[in-house]
Structure formats: C-alpha cells, structure tokens
Ligand binder design. Structure first.
Ligand code: PMP
Ligand code: GLU
Length: 411
C-alpha cells in the first residue's frame, strides 16, 4: 500500500518534471490511423463495423512472399543488416526501376526504410533546413504536412479544385514558388483522391522544377495500382535533369499487401542516399531483416498476384464510381489509381443527419461512424474541407452495405 502510494507520488512528480517538446506537442496525430483505431475499438466492443477508413489492402500477403520470410528466418537472416538495407533488396529495387521505367539507378542510390512513411521522413530530414518551403498540392495525404513540419521546414499548400480534377497546374505551382521554396511533394496516383496526372501535366510541372532549380519528392507508392485507361509516369523519366533533383519514394506495402512488414525505400542521388543511410543508422538501425528478404521475393517473384489484386480493385473501383453519384448530393472525381474515393458532401453540410446538425467533414465522419458504423476519413485532415475519403480496400459485400448505410445516413 505504502509502496503503491509512494510510486504514485513519484509518477505524478515525474509528470510535472517531463514536459513535451514544442515540436512534438504541435504534432497532429495521423487521422487515417486515428479513424482506423476508432473502428477497431467499436469492433472490439462487439459492433459490426464497415471499415473504409484505412488505406490497407484487405488481401493476405501472397504465400510465396511469406515462404521467403520463413526461409530467411531458417537461414539465420535474423541479425542486424546494413543500416541502409541488404544488397539483394537494393539490387531488386534497381532492377524494378530499370525494367518498369527504364531508369538507371545504382545500388548506392537506394535506402531501404521502415515503410514508405519512414522513407519520406528520411527524405525530408536529410534535405530540408528550418524555414525551407515545401510545396504540397491539396488534397494531400495526411502525413505529408506533419512530417515536413517535424523537419523544421514549412509546408506551403496549393489548393486544387474538384473542377480541375484536383490537379495542380504548372501555373499554380509557379505562382507558389518563393525564394524560400526548396521542394515539391507530388503523389500520383493520389491518396486521397485517386486522381492521376497525365505525362504532359507532369512534364509541365517538371519544367518549372528545373527552371526554378527545385527538388522533388515523388511518392510513387501506388505505381502498380493504376486502372485501365490510365498510365503511370515515374517522375524522373520526364527529363534527364530530374534524377539528380528527385527523391523517389516507393515500397511493398500497397502493391503486395504487405503493410505490416514495414518495407519502403528511396531512390536518390548517391550523396543524399549516403546521408539518409547514416540518419537511419542512428535512428532505427536496419529495417526488419526478415521483411527485407520477403520484399526481395515480392519484387523478383511472379507478379501474377499483383494482377489478381488489381483486377479485384478494378471491380471495386467500378462499383464505387457508379454507386457514389447515385446517392443524393454526393459526387466524386474520376478515379485513375490507388484505392480511394474522395467524395463531395457539401450539399449535406448545414443539414441535420440522423438527429445531428452536420457542419463539417469531421462531424460527418464521426456521426456516420457512431450512427451507422461506417468508418471513413474526413477531408479536412487531407487539407480539403467538404469531402470525405472512403478506402475501397474492402470486399464487395462490405462496400455494398457501407454505401447503402451512407445513403441511409444522408437520406
Ligand atoms: N505514401 C502514401 C501516399 C500512402 O498512402 C502511404 C500509406 N501508408 C504511405 C506513403 C506510407 O506507406 P507505408 O505503409 O509503406 O509506410
Ligand atoms: N496510407 C494509408 C492511408 O492513407 C495507411 C494509413 C497511414 O499510414 O496513414 O490510409
């Protein structure tokens, strides 16, 4: 008893002694993961939840990849690796960018990280100084602005319009450049809109990058999740001057249903890659050794599994693209890639839905979850109020019921 109360007093005292840093204190938690956690809480409480919150393929990791992980463990690959990743995986990444996009990278330009999110962190922390400006077109993925701020730099948001397909034009980009601009952050296919830039649109943006002597972080995590009629363009292919000013980010999480394995990477000029590897050597050591061997099997193995998942995603994309406009007051831009529908709810703002007045996308999503058990993510966390993101990385049965419930909610 006495010991317990002494411990409590010490803990309370410690609470007053240890304060949270200004930087981390100002950090917004990831809204996608927060909504997913709320959905999981409801599930744990016994509710049936229609979870369209997190962008995570619902497929299991293909068995040949899991087999490679088991084989790696049995072969004793359970120790530290090079901080920047095993040579086999670096070679497999180099091969992928050569065979898919004709790009010539060397192994010392690859840094394997703990997921693409961590690869982005490495990219920002290794290149940005306090006060540098990073141009980010909105709607943007929730972690971009926060990671840029953590590095001490300043996100400069360029608002794009639904009417323009949520794409930043070269003119909007040029107008946003100031003497402090250092970098552009681009994601195509986009999370959260699913929108894809054409090669010509990207070329016009690339010309501004070169003209204004800027750097680019090109998030290419959805390069293999591209729907028929659309073509993916890897950013450095647009001009021979681009590889030296681009950090490409990619990984196995989405393409191979490997979100939990935590493997992503960067492709960058060798001196930057060297520094990113050194940063990682101090912060995390290497990414999980077993996952790295699994990622080699993913990249070098049969790609039939990718085609099969894409076929299923294509069916779901067709379903949501047709279903959303049939719901009163909802609309959604054409989805070219990734697995998100970003739908407009503006006609419902100011209305009372299921007994609650809804003034913004956050209230919409929270009420939709609490009244209908459908989990989505508010547009405001992607820098775009008046919209809601639904991930269609969920099976057709779940999607059908979820959109029926959304229809009931707004009706
Ligand atoms: N970039 C984008 C655009 C994403 O949607 C995600 C989703 N997780 C990531 C990066 C991070 O991927 P990872 O899970 O490999 O960290
Ligand atoms: N990128 C996914 C999403 O947007 C996974 C969650 C996260 O890392 O934010 O939902």
């Amino acid at each position: 008893m006495f010991i317990d109360s002494v411990t409590n007093i010490i803990q309370e005292f410690a609470f007053f002694m240890i304060s949270i840093s200004n930087v981390v204190g100002a950090l917004e938690p990831s809204a996608t993961l927060a909504m997913s956690a709320k959905a999981k809480e409801l599930k744990a409480a016994g509710k049936t939840v229609y979870d369209l919150s997190v962008g995570e393929p619902d497929f299991v990791t293909p068995s040949h990849i899991c087999d490679a992980a088991v084989a790696a463990m049995k072969a004793g690959h359970t120790k530290y690796t090079l901080a920047s990743g095993i040579p086999e995986l670096k070679a497999a990444v180099v091969e992928k960018y050569k065979s898919d996009y004709g790009l010539d990278y060397a192994a010392n330009q690859v840094v394997v990280a703990n997921g693409a999110k961590h690869a982005l962190h490495n990219a920002f922390f290794s290149t940005l100084n306090a006060g540098d400006e990073v141009i980010i077109p909105a709607p943007y993925w929730v972690s971009y602005a926060e990671l840029v701020k953590l590095s001490g730099a300043v996100p400069v948001i360029v608002q794009t319009d639904e009417a323009d397909g949520f794409k930043m034009t070269a003119k909007q980009f040029r107008d946003a450049v100031t003497p402090k601009t250092k970098m552009l952050l681009l994601c195509s296919p986009s999370n959260p809109t699913g929108v894809m830039y054409s090669r010509d649109e990207l070329k016009a943006i690339a010309d501004v990058v070169i003209e204004r002597d800027l750097f680019v972080v090109a998030d290419e995590i959805y390069d293999k999740l591209v729907y028929p009629g659309n073509t993916f363009t890897s950013f450095p292919t647009l001009d021979q001057k681009l590889p030296e000013r681009t950090i490409v980010v990619n990984g196995v999480s989405k393409t191979y249903a490997m979100t939990g394995w935590r493997i992503g990477w960067t492709l960058a000029p060798a001196p930057i890659s060297k520094k990113m590897g050194e940063l990682q050597s101090q912060e995390t050591s290497n990414p999980c050794s077993i996952s790295q061997y699994a990622a080699v099997a993913a990249l070098r193995g049969d790609q039939k599994c990718v085609d099969e998942m894409l076929t299923e995603f294509t069916n779901r994309k067709e379903f949501v693209s047709q279903r959303i406009p049939k719901i009163k007051g909802l609309s959604c831009p054409a989805i070219g890639g990734a697995f998100y529908a970003f739908f407009n709810i503006k006609q419902h703002l100011g209305r009372t839905l299921c007994g609650t007045k809804i003034d913004n996308s956050e209230q919409f999503c929270l009420e939709l979850l609490s009244k209908k058990c459908v989990a989505t993510v508010m547009g405001s966390s992607f820098g775009c109020e008046g919209f809601v993101r639904a991930s269609f990385a969920a099976d057709m049965k779940m999607l059908t019921t979820a959109f029926d419930l959304i229809e009931e909610f707004v009706g």
